[in-house]
Design a protein around this ligand. Structure first.
Ligand code: UVW
Length: 317
């Protein structure tokens, strides 16, 4: 197969560039108006909270994109620093304290991608020049998303349960028609401006297989087509949230290109991507009470010029 480059493949793919002005850095999150936030709040019925972040430093391992390493945490001060000969600082009254730090890829755990995280043809979201990423993102970093915050009506699409499997395997695909069919089977409607949360439970294979998981690395997920991109644009989807590392099939089976939707949806339409979520408790609850719609809220960290940020999204039902 001759693999096209993204410029060629997405030559006629639509963009939302300029839709929210020449200085916009949050893209389709603009669809999350106060009315949208309130439509999510109105779905709170039983006061149940679900946090969607994976544990950083999970003893079972942290799944990351190949080439990245899991976060490491280092203890700076603990009680041993105040033992005989220790270096713990002395404070009046005898205060001791714990202090630690982490060294982490900002894309290496449950995270929001900045809209400027990916690009092709020298341009990122809204047409900003790729040179603006050099030394840190001057445009479309994660900071404007963090300054804004994310909240609205969320819908869970449990593709694993819909397909009657424990988890989707490598290379399994689904598209917007499958999402609609899944929603119909769950008795929920995908409405315009919904935050879409797709469960595959694929990372269960990482926890079962350990490093062997990477021997056959091609995550399952959405696959690019013109119709799919149009569906996302027409539905005005602000945010795509999944429990996989990259939110889409790793390599497109139709053309051999990697991460096409990062470009067609994030770079071109300005859709925010939230990756590596843990959706298991939420999915179990949705299956039990039959309700797949809820209030979703997320606050990525305010990190200047960053390509992404760790986050602990919260769903309230
Ligand atoms: C890459 O950056 C390659 O992927 P992701 O957005 O999934 O972290």
């Amino acid at each position: 197969m001759t693999v096209p480059d993204l410029t060629e493949l997405l030559a006629d793919s639509p963009t939302n560039w300029g839709k929210w002005g020449p200085d916009d850095e949050v893209g389709s999150l603009n669809y999350l108006t106060p009315e949208q936030v309130l439509s999510g709040v109105a779905l709170i019925k039983k006061g149940a909270l679900f946090t969607l972040q994976r544990l950083i430093g999970d003893p079972k391992g942290d799944p990351v994109w190949p080439g990245r390493s899991p976060a490491t945490r280092e203890m700076i001060f603990d009680e041993s620093d105040w033992a005989e000969g220790g270096e713990g600082p002395a404070f009046p009254g005898g205060l001791h304290y714990a202090d630690d730090k982490i060294n982490a890829f900002l894309q290496g755990s449950t995270q929001y991608d900045a809209l400027g995280h990916v690009w092709y043809d020298g341009k990122l979201w809204n047409g900003y020049d790729a040179q603006t990423t050099v030394g840190g993102l001057d445009k479309a970093s994660v900071e404007p998303i963090a300054q804004r915050g994310v909240a609205g009506r969320g819908v869970l699409l449990d593709m694993a349960r819909f397909r009657g499997v424990d988890c989707l395997g490598p290379r399994e695909t689904y598209d917007h028609n499958d999402l609609e069919a899944c929603a119909a089977a769950q008795g929920v409607e995908i409405k315009p401006r919904d935050i879409l949360i797709i469960r595959t439970n694929h990372l269960e294979l990482f926890f079962r297989q350990g490093e062997a998981f990477y021997d056959d690395f091609c995550e399952p997920g959405l696959v690019y087509s013109e119709e799919l991109v149009k569906w996302f644009q027409d539905k005005e989807i602000p945010n795509l949230v999944t429990d996989t590392i990259a939110n889409e099939i790793t390599t497109d089976p139709n053309n051999g290109v990697a991460l096409v939707l990062h470009n067609a949806l994030m770079r071109n339409l300005g859709i925010a991507f939230t990756e590596i979520c843990d959706l298991e408790k939420l999915a179990a609850d949705c299956a039990e009470d039959g309700s797949y719609e809820f209030f979703y809220v997320a606050a990525p960290l305010k990190i200047s010029n960053a390509s992404g940020s760790p986050v602990n999204p919260v769903v309230i039902k």
